[in-house]
Design a protein around this ligand. Structure first.
Ligand code: MN
Length: 376
């Protein structure tokens, strides 16, 4: 049995105020082409369908077109919600759609959903789990001692009747890792501080394949068969070096499985460029890529963004890296050791580094209220 594994579509994503919708529609067309050429039995989308819980009209229309094309391709479609999705909204019409071989598990109902299909070798089970947190599992199992994400997943798996002598595929949208393993995280994922969401991969290693979503870099979580497909497009400049793809998985008899990356070509690539303005502008023709430019010029430049835009029409971000900015950063950190600073001071510095300006009075008010509440 062959199936495609994709994740983290983030339909409706805006990147530096630029809509990614045309890039996403272009990606959907490539998926449909791969379905025609590879003829997979199923297509698995492992969460983060939309970028936000209330998606834009444009995003809903694009997903509607994609779903229609997916179902018309004849493949079985399997979709779970991610942390960016609204579980209930994604669940819309799921009972009706299951009659069209489109299985949407958006709103967690307390347990894994099992789907069983057959190929020439026998039965393959798909075990679906939408994004969960400890509270969402506790709400269905009163009195269960579930303090963290690891315990939540352990509980859900133990409550499922999984026969590991059969062929089992797990579909999930969480942060799986293990001590000593450093997985690549990206700025577009929305990660809680300190990896509080981490789940040990040993819990899921007995599945024949784990089709995971959440991390935006394509990678294996410590084991060959535990795979993040990664987002199909670069959704932050921390992903500029990524090669985006979807996974084609082929499972034969138990234990015999291959995973192949099928490349995805964006309309516009993304790159970080660094150097003096005159060097960056010295090109025979304009570059259409999404650009983050870092200028190293020491002298003041009048309207550098406008100058760059002539050659890089899709530039998104501009920073300076010279002796002046180096000094600014050093000064910002000289306030003291991080441990001796209050949460509010740390946030102020973070804001300054991140936004390049100090907070407005209104923003200060909001942050102080938030930290005040957290301290209580
Ligand atoms: Mn995501």
């Amino acid at each position: 049995m062959k199936f495609l594994h994709l994740s983290d579509l983030h339909i409706g994503k805006m990147l530096n105020a630029v809509s990614m919708i045309n890039e996403q529609i272009n990606f959907f067309a490539q998926v449909i082409d791969y379905i025609r050429s590879e003829k997979p039995y199923a297509v698995v989308i492992a969460g983060d369908i939309y970028d936000r819980s209330v998606p834009s009209t444009e995003a809903v229309l694009a997903f509607d077109d994609f779903l229609t094309a997916l179902v018309e391709s004849g493949a079985v479609i399997i979709i779970i919600s991610g942390n960016h999705d609204s579980p209930a909204r994604l669940n819309f019409a799921s009972r009706l759609l299951s009659h069209r071989q489109l299985f949407l598990y958006g709103a967690f109902n307390g347990s894994l959903q099992k789907l069983t299909f057959n190929d020439e070798t026998g039965t393959v089970n798909f075990w679906l789990l939408p994004f969960i947190n400890p509270a969402s599992v506790r709400s269905f199992h009163q009195g269960a001692n579930i303090q963290d994400y690891n315990a939540a997943l352990d509980f859900v798996l133990k409550n499922a009747d999984i026969d590991y002598s059969m062929r089992n595929i797990f579909v999930s949208h969480q942060y799986y890792t293990k001590a000593g393993l450093s997985l690549e995280r990206s700025e577009s994922e929305l990660n809680p501080i300190g990896g509080l969401d981490a789940i040990d991969i040993s819990l899921i290693k007995n599945f024949d394949y784990a089709a995971l979503g959440h991390l935006h870099g394509r990678q294996k979580a410590g084991e060959e068969h535990i795979c993040y497909a990664g987002s199909p497009l670069k959704y932050s400049f921390s992903e500029a070096h990524h090669k985006k793809s979807v996974n084609l998985v082929e499972i034969r008899e138990k234990g015999n499985l291959t995973v192949t990356a099928l490349p995805i070509k964006p309309i516009h690539n993304m790159q970080i460029i660094k150097g003096k303005l005159s060097t960056l502008l010295d090109r025979p023709e304009p570059c259409e890529d999404y650009i983050y430019a870092i200028l190293t010029d020491e002298e003041e430049i009048i309207d550098p963004m406008e100058k760059l835009r002539n050659i890089y029409p899709n530039i998104m971000k501009l920073d300076f890296d010279n002796s002046r900015t180096a000094l600014d950063l050093t000064e910002a950190y000289q306030g003291g050791e991080a441990e001796s600073l209050s949460a509010y001071d740390l946030f102020s510095e973070f804001f300054l580094l991140n936004q390049g300006s100090v907070m407005s009075n209104e923003q200060i008010g909001i942050v102080q209220t938030l930290f005040g509440g957290a301290n209580e």
